[in-house]
Design a protein. Structure first.
Length: 314
């Protein structure tokens, strides 16, 4: 295959942690030709032909010496077999506009995850389609409404921005805490932004499970355990990762999501599961495969490349 990887600057990649880099290593090991670009290199020219200013790339597992770029070329997306959209959040105007350009890739080029799915699946709100496996949730921009819900429940909530990522802006609220009004006013920008409020799941102290899913099927999981002085298990926030097993409940959650994930063209996702409940569906550039490989030996990167190969053959 010829694969174009649309990603963040390759210079900043952490070779032992980055999932996109893991995909690239796996693809290269299977003999595929890789090209690299960032979203600003995408364009559409006469006749609606999508293309990218891209460079062939070779990767290697050497920190600080992990890639070699060839000469930059103008690469029509029809000249590659697959485009991997792996730009990290935030999902801002530039990200969305890049997906509109990727819409113009020819049908013979497999774009994953599909642009329409990336636009449709807000990572915080997608769980609302699956209330049977998700925690009790409210989405609102009125601080008074959320505060009233907190008081009625008489139990803690987790609140977070609709467009947040990496654990930033995630707060633990308890009834009676005098910081609650200020936190809600700040997160909602005094009623101008929607936020997500979810029931607090005490199992979060034991860890936030990341379930790696390919084409609706779970391939493995890791547990992200928060520090003792924080409620967030995100690796960006100092959480540690430990090995864990897929449970019957994890598989049940994946089965509930699989038909919609496939319908929306979301072939690679990372589910966040706490205490057997689905809290987020990560679709933009989900992480975790490098930790999964290190902790359990499960090579989700190789599995994903094989899945792409099979899709292209069909």
């Amino acid at each position: 295959m010829r694969v174009l990887v649309v990603m963040d600057p390759i210079e900043r990649v952490l070779v032992h942690k980055d999932t996109t880099f893991g995909f690239m290593l796996a693809a290269q090991a299977r003999g595929h030709e890789l090209f690299y670009c960032e979203i600003q290199h995408l364009y559409v020219e006469g006749g609606g032909r999508a293309a990218a200013r891209a460079a062939p790339i070779e990767v290697r597992l050497e920190e600080g010496n992990h890639f070699t770029l060839g000469a930059w070329v103008d690469l029509p997306l029809g000249d590659v077999d697959s485009v991997w959209m792996r730009k990290d959040p935030p999902v801002d105007a530039a990200f969305l506009q890049a997906t509109y350009i990727l819409d113009h890739a020819p049908a013979r080029t497999l774009v994953v995850n599909e642009p329409r799915g990336l636009r449709a699946a807000n990572e915080k709100l997608y769980t609302l389609h699956f209330p049977e496996v998700a925690p009790e949730t409210m989405v609102a921009r009125d601080p008074a409404r959320i505060r009233a819900w907190l008081d009625r429940r008489g139990a803690p909530l987790i609140v977070k921005p609709v467009d947040g990522h990496g654990g930033f802006g995630v707060f633990f609220l308890e009834p009676g805490d005098r910081n609650v009004p200020s936190i809600l006013e700040t997160l909602t920008a005094e009623g101008r932004r929607w936020i997500v409020a979810q029931e607090y799941l005490p199992a979060a102290r034991e860890g936030d499970k990341r379930v790696i899913v390919i084409d609706g099927e779970p391939v493995g999981a890791i547990l992200r355990v928060p520090r003792g002085d924080d409620h967030r298990g995100n690796i960006h926030q100092g959480g540690s990762t430990v090995a864990c097993e897929l449970t019957a409940r994890d598989r049940e959650i994946c089965a509930a999501l699989a038909p919609r994930l496939r319908a929306d063209g979301l072939s690679f996702v990372g589910l966040d599961v706490i205490g057997g409940k689905l809290t987020e569906v990560n679709v933009t550039s989900p992480t975790g495969i490098r930790e999964l490989l290190a902790l359990s030996g499960v090579d989700a990167g190789d599995a994903y490349v094989r899945w792409v190969e099979d899709r292209i053959r069909k």
